[in-house]
Structures are given as structure tokens and as C-alpha cells.
Design a protein around this ligand. Structure first.
Ligand code: NCD
Length: 318
């Protein structure tokens, strides 16, 4: 693996190795001294041209825990505000010889574009527009794997209901591809404007994906209810009559979960809008894996950086 651009191009074997290595890095992150020398002397640049709290902080912590030198560049502090193109910014940074460039950008395809032109640097897609967010899907899988430990061995045969603004969500896309790779069933739930029937077409997610425009029906019997934020920043027209009306129909509350999916766990990539797509009771409640997702973000990103830089060695944490 030279770059991590999306789940679409990831092989199942590589995905499994990343999750196995991430398990070891979870353990490292719980020690008093949370540091291993694995990436000493390596340089990682985080180029974040869109807002981020979790992803940016966890990539930085991940690099530091593996002893790499990490630097962060954000939109407002970069020369892109002076008119420099993304490619020129990428080439400028590559001249400083980093091992990995982690990129977040509002344009779908931005990470692929850079990867095509940068010959010496590995590129990690940390979210490109409405396209993919592969490390989010990987940390979500790690979280589910931990949850299933002792209950079932394989991360397959589950029903995953993804609720909300699927149309504009790179998180949804990467999760759908990852669950399809593992053999889980996907249900997409939301208003027709945000969950169009075209998602079931052959050139999208295929006819195995189920679609529901009714929250109670869509989550019925689901093992996982994965809630999404309304991506206002990517919505170009009025997809919902009002936020109030959206939450009346699609806010995930404890009463809906107890009635339709009593045994489910709840996930959300964050940031959440409490009371809009998820109630506070559910967000902070017993079925919520949200804090665990954030925690696993560090370990998964350690595993991804390790995989790219060592080209697939087995992680050994002494
Ligand atoms: C997501 C993103 O940026 O795509 N957040 C994240 O990385 N945890 C989801 C979102 O912004 O809604």
C-alpha cells in the first residue's frame, strides 16, 4: 500500500492487518509512557484545508506516539489563501521530504489528485468532499470489532442502519464500502432527498443495499445504528424543509431505539448536533460507542501511518 485514498481501493487483507496492528497500538496508548520508536526519523505533514477536531488531533497524536515528527498546516495558515494551487502546495511540501502527507480538502478527489502527482510521498485521504474518509471507516470497524469480542468472531453478518444525510457524507460512503467488503447488510435511512433510490443502482452501491424513508422501519432489528450529521456546508439547495422538521422525523431518540432496535449500539463520527440528528440521552447513553470511536481514532491512524511507512511490517510493541 503506497497511499490510503479510500476503502474502495483497499484489499480485505490489508484492512485486516491495519485492524490487527491498531489493536496493539490501543494497548500502547493506555501505558504511562505512550510512545514507541517505530517511526523515529520520519516526517508527517497534516494538511487540513477544511475544519477538523478529531481527525487532525488524532493524526498528530498518532504520529507523535510512534516518534515521528509531525507538523500541521490548516487552511487559514497556508498559502492557499494567497492563491497557491493545491498541486503547488503539495509539491512545495514534498520538496521538504516528508514521508506522509495527510490531506483533508473540500473537493472530492483532492487526495487522489495529489497522489497522482507526488512521486515520493505517501498520501492519506483524511476526508475529500463528499467522497471518502477511509480512516473514519477503519476506526469504526475497530470499535465494532472490540464490541463483538467474546460475542462473535467475525465482523460479518451484521445489519448496519446508516441514518441521515447519506448523500453528502464521505463517512457513509467509506463505511458502506467497508461493510460490503466484510459481508454486512446495509440499510440507508433518511428523507428521499438525502437518501435517493439511485443509491441502489449498479454504478452506486448496488441492489443489495436497502433504503428506507422511515426511521422506525429503517432501523428495525439493526445491530448498529450509525447516525450522520446534516452536512450543511455541502448542501447546495434545500434538501429539507427545515432542521426542526428533519429532527421530528429522523432524530434518533431512546424511545425509537427501544421500540425498533432494542439491542443495537449507536455510532456517530462526530461532530454531533444534539437534538437534531441524535438526542443527548442516546449520544451519552449506554449503547453509544461514540467516545470509543474517538479513542480508537488514534490507534487506527497509528496503524495506517505505520503500514504506509514500513510498507506492511508487523507492528511489535515491546
Ligand atoms: C466527519 C467528516 O469530517 O467527514 N467528521 C469526522 O471526521 N469525524 C463527519 C462530519 O463532519 O459530519
Amino acid at each position: 500500500m503506497r497511499h490510503l485514498l479510500g476503502i474502495e481501493s483497499l484489499k480485505k487483507d490489508t484492512l485486516t492487518v491495519i485492524l490487527e496492528n491498531a489493536d496493539k497500538f490501543v494497548e500502547l496508548s493506555e501505558r504511562t509512557i505512550k510512545k514507541a520508536p517505530a517511526l523515529r526519523g520520519k516526517t508527517i505533514i497534516n494538511l487540513f484545508l477544511e475544519p477538523s477536531t478529531r481527525t487532525r488531533a488524532s493524526f498528530e497524536i498518532a504520529g507523535k506516539r510512534l516518534s515521528a515528527d509531525t507538523i500541521n498546516i490548516t487552511g487559514s495558515s497556508s498559502s492557499t489563501t494567497k492563491g497557491e494551487t493545491l498541486l503547488d502546495t503539495g509539491r512545495t511540501l514534498q520538496s521538504m521530504n516528508p514521508d506522509v502527507l495527510v490531506v483533508r480538502h473540500r473537493a472530492s478527489g483532492a487526495a487522489h489528485f495529489l497522489a497522482q502527482y507526488l512521486s515520493k510521498t505517501s498520501v492519506v485521504n483524511a476526508g475529500d468532499g463528499m467522497h471518502e474518509h477511509p480512516t473514519q471507516a477503519l476506526l469504526d470497524l475497530l470499535t465494532l470489532k472490540q464490541r463483538l469480542e467474546g460475542v462473535q468472531k467475525e465482523l460479518s453478518g451484521l445489519t448496519i442502519a446508516i441514518v441521515g444525510d447519506v448523500l453528502h457524507s464521505r463517512v457513509a460512503r467509506s463505511n458502506i464500502l467497508a461493510h460490503q467488503l466484510l459481508g454486512n447488510k446495509i440499510r440507508l435511512v433518511g428523507p428521499p432527498t438525502l437518501v435517493p433510490d439511485e443509491f441502489r443502482s449498479a454504478n452506486c452501491f448496488g441492489s443489495e443495499v436497502e433504503i428506507s424513508h422511515d426511521l422506525s422501519q429503517g432501523i428495525e432489528g439493526a445491530d448498529v445504528v450509525y447516525v450522520l450529521r446534516l452536512q450543511h456546508e455541502r448542501q447546495t439547495e434545500n434538501f429539507i424543509p427545515s432542521v426542526d422538521e428533519y429532527s421530528r422525523e429522523f432524530c434518533v431518540t431512546e424511545s425509537i431505539l427501544s421500540a425498533s432496535a432494542p439491542d443495537c449500539v449507536v455510532m456517530h463520527p462526530g461532530p454531533a448536533n444534539r437534538g437534531v440528528e441524535i438526542s443527548s440521552v442516546v449520544h451519552d447513553g449506554d449503547r453509544s460507542l461514540i467516545a470509543q470511536q474517538v479513542k480508537n481514532g488514534v490507534a487506527v491512524r497509528m496503524a495506517v501511518l505505520f503500514q504506509l511507512i514500513t510498507r506492511g511490517e508487523e507492528a511489535r510493541v515491546e
